[in-house]
Structure formats: C-alpha cells, structure tokens
Design a binder for this molecule. Structure first.
Ligand code: ATP
Ligand code: MG
Length: 438
C-alpha cells in the first residue's frame, strides 16, 4: 500500500464506532479526579528537549532510545512528550502555580510519543491519564494518589488487578544501596547485556528494569532497596501502608519495582493486570521529591502517576466490563423528491433544537437504501416523507425495535410523539443500536 494510505507504524486510529469507549473512560477519569480535587491541565505536545533530558534522566531508556527529537526550522531542539510529568512541572513552575496555595493538584489526558518496538500494548503514539500533586510530602499524599487510581479502576468494574508497592528511598539511603548494587553486579559483569554493563557505571538501579532475560534473572537475586532505607524513609513507607489499609486498598510489596524514570524517590507503585500479557503494567507512579527543584523551581515534594489508556481499554475488553453506548440517532427521516427533502431539513432543524438527534438523507439515494442506512446507524425511529405525506401533513413514525407504527401530524404530532417516548424503551434500544453498528 502507498504510504499516503498507511498510518505510521505504532500508531492507532480511534474510529467513530469505537470512540464512545474512549469518551467513557475519559469521563470516568475526569470525574474521579474531581472527587479528589484534581483539575485538568493541558500543556503542549512538544517541549524544549532539555525539559525531558534534565528531568526524566540521561540514563533511562526513554531519553536514550525512545524520544522523538528534531530541530525545528529555528534550530531549536524540540521533543514530542514521551510522558507528561516534565511538561506539567515546567508549566507549574513557569506560571507560578508552585508559589500559590499548596498542594497544587492537576490531572491530564492525552498522547505520548516513544520510539519503541510496536507490539500488543506497546505503541509509538499512546495515551495517558495521569495526575501530579505538588507540595504534599506526607504519607497520606502517597495513599491519596494511589487511592485515586484504585478508585478509577474499581469503578470501571475492573476486578483482576493488583497494586504493587515499593520504596526506593531518598538520595541519602540510595547512595549506600547503589554501592551494594554496584558490588553485586560487578561480580557478574560479564554476564550482563551490553547496555547493562554501561548502566553499571552510570546508574546500576536501571539494571533492575532491564527486559533481557539473563539480566532479569541476575537482578532477581540482587540486594533490595527496602533493606537499605534510612529511618525517615522507612517510617514514611510504613505510614503509607497504614493509610492504604485505612482506605481499604489491598497491596503487595514488590521490592523489584524501580520504575523507568530517574526522578522517583521513596514510594513507587504499579497497578498490574494478568489480562495484559507481557505488558502487564496499566498504571505506574510514585514520589519525585527532587524534581521540582531540579527543574529550577522551589524545593517541594511531589508525586503522581500515569495510566496507559490503551492498556486500560484492553483490560476492560478482556474482563467484559460494560461500557454504556449512546444511540447515535433518535429519528431518521427518509425522503423522496426535493420538496420532501426540504421538509426533512426543516423538521430536523426543529428536532435538533429540541435536543433529539435527527438524520436526513444527504445522498439523494432511493428509499430502500435510505432505510438500510437508518437500520445500520441504529435509528430508534424512522419516518418516510413523500408527496402524499407532504400533502396530508401526516406521516408514520416507525419504532425500529418493535416495528410499531404511529401516525403523526406534522410537525407538532411528531414532536409530541418523540417527547412521549417511553424512556426505558429508548434505553433498551441503545445497546442494540450499538451492536448493529459494530
Ligand atoms: P513499560 O515498562 O511497559 O515500558 P514504562 O515504565 O515505560 O512502561 P511509564 O513511563 O511509567 O511506563 O508510563 C506509564 C504507563 O503508560 C504504563 O504503565 C503503560 O500503561 C503506559 N505506556 C508506557 N509506554 C507505553 C507504550 N509504548 N504504549 C502503550 N502504553 C504505554
Ligand atoms: Mg517503557
């Protein structure tokens, strides 16, 4: 196929017949965010490259291999966001939010771009829902951020997911851990993959995140950060766990979670699901107490998470979680001839003003083809306008679900009939309509 007819590798289209699924989860995300006091922030899709290199970290896969970076025509190095946190924090510092009332709470929904090997659950353009909470250092903040993700997954009807929790300490206790890790991996240096041999020199914790089977196996027996936590970090972690229990949230501690980005401190967590195959993480997050200062802002603690929307939709599908769909059309007006078509336009205008979705024929095709289309798009009611209907100012409203026909005077009888629709009948036809469409 010619390139002009082919989407770029690793990208997806969301077609009109499936977009209701996206709208449903996005609405649930914003609703959940509101329950916890998070409001939406929108930042550009691209930033100066330094925004990401200086925050995400030079030794991460994201910065080393995955960024879409290019020079714009003014010679600036620009990068499409591989994740949202850096851009959101840049904005909060630049616009002074971090100097206002704390904590600053923001959520986001939108695309991310990473040059990765496309496979199920791994795309080059994918979408995230996430939150950032700046200026909250207490353990209750960690629990609140986790509770938001937990609330969302639960209220979407997802049952099979697990929360895994770890603490990766602060720069102080992590220094001692780095030393222990370096000793451990140096002893087995020759067995590590080439990338990890380099990681050993630059950031040994990255090795724990390596996807190569040999490194993974070696990493499984490596020292764990939990054994190196300083008193403050340990106390913080224990209190986070107590808050989670108070919120009724189950978790397991997994000392191998380190997260792929450099800016994390203390609490890190992932929500994983068995339905996702190899790409089992649907949501990842944690605390990044050093990031705001590192990006030129005040020294404020902060934390957040990001959830992959494509992976979330995969779970919803695998677990048959119900997604309510809207019927695309209350009434389809079929028409024959110009005069009827003009009357259809007039009626449709009136009905739409009243809030009914109404379609008319805009192709000029025959009656049979019009009715086939009305059936395909899931019209709840149809009505045919021809010469005789126009002359009599009367038409027949047909309920597509029951076949029941009701004569109506035009235009008032039609409006009245639509208003009198039994509500549950209208609801029952929703699901059917969508099934017909798909
Ligand atoms: P992974 O280990 O799967 O590569 P990650 O640690 O790189 O994930 P994050 O940067 O934490 O992922 O992003 C948060 C979430 O965004 C992930 O848990 C996942 O649901 C989603 N995500 C990340 N990369 C992709 C991708 N290439 N395609 C689809 N979703 C993704
Ligand atoms: Mg990744």
């Amino acid at each position: 196929m010619a390139e002009i007819n082919r989407a770029v590798r690793g990208t997806n289209d969301v077609l009109p017949e499936e977009s209701y699924r996206w709208q449903y989860v996005e609405r649930a995300m914003l609703d959940t965010a509101r329950l916890f006091g998070f409001r939406e922030i929108r930042v550009p899709v691209f930033e100066h490259t330094e925004v990401f290199t200086r925050s995400v970290g030079d030794t991460t896969d994201v910065v080393q291999k995955e960024m879409y970076t290019f020079d714009d025509k003014g010679g600036r190095s620009i990068t499409l966001r591989p994740e949202w946190t850096a851009g959101v924090i840049r904005s909060m510092i630049e616009k002074g939010l971090v100097n206002g009332p704390l904590p600053v709470k923001a959520c986001y929904i939108g695309g991310c771009y990473r040059y990765e090997k496309p496979q199920a659950g791994r795309l080059r353009e994918f979408h995230q829902f996430g939150i950032e909470c700046v200026g909250a250092g207490a353990p209750s903040a960690d629990a609140e951020v986790i509770a938001l993700a937990h609330h969302l997954l639960t209220h979407l009807g997802i049952k099979a997911f697990q929360l895994q929790l770890n603490s990766i300490g602060c720069p102080e206790c992590r220094g001692r851990y780095h030393q222990a890790l370096t000793e451990y991996f140096t002893a087995r240096k020759d067995e590590l993959c080439g990338t990890c041999q380099d990681r050993l020199l630059r950031n040994p914790m990255r090795i724990l995140d390596c996807k190569s089977p040999v490194c993974h196996e070696i990493a499984a027996a490596a020292p764990v950060m939990l054994d190196f936590l300083c008193d403050d970090c340990r106390a913080h972690f224990e209190e986070v766990k107590r808050h989670l229990s108070a919120a009724g949230i189950d978790f397991s501690v997994n000392p191998h979670i380190v997260r792929g980005l450099d800016y994390y401190t203390r609490t890190v967590f992932e929500f994983v699901s068995d339905c996702l195959g190899a790409q089992s993480t649907v949501c990842g997050g944690g605390r990044y107490d050093g990031l705001i200062a590192q990006m030129g802002g005040p020294a404020l603690p902060a934390l957040g998470f990001a959830m992959g929307i494509e992976r979330l939709l995969m779970i919803l599908e695998a677990q048959h979680c119900p997604i309510p769909a809207e019927a695309p059309c209350d009434l389809y007006i079929a028409s024959m001839g110009e005069a009827a078509s003009i009357e259809a336009t007039r009626l449709a205008t009136q009905l739409r003003d009243e809030g009914f979705s109404c379609l008319t024929d805009i192709t000029g095709r025959g009656l049979k083809a019009q009715m086939r289309y009305a059936n395909k798009v899931g019209a709840k009611y149809t009505m045919v306008l021809g010469e005789s209907e126009l002359a009599a100012k009367n038409a027949t409203l047909k309920c597509m679900a029951t076949g029941q026909e009701t004569p109506v005077a035009l235009p008032d009888g039609l409006l009245k009939a639509l208003y009198d629709l039994p509500r549950d009948e209208a609801l029952a036809s929703l699901t059917e309509a969508v099934e017909r469409l798909n």
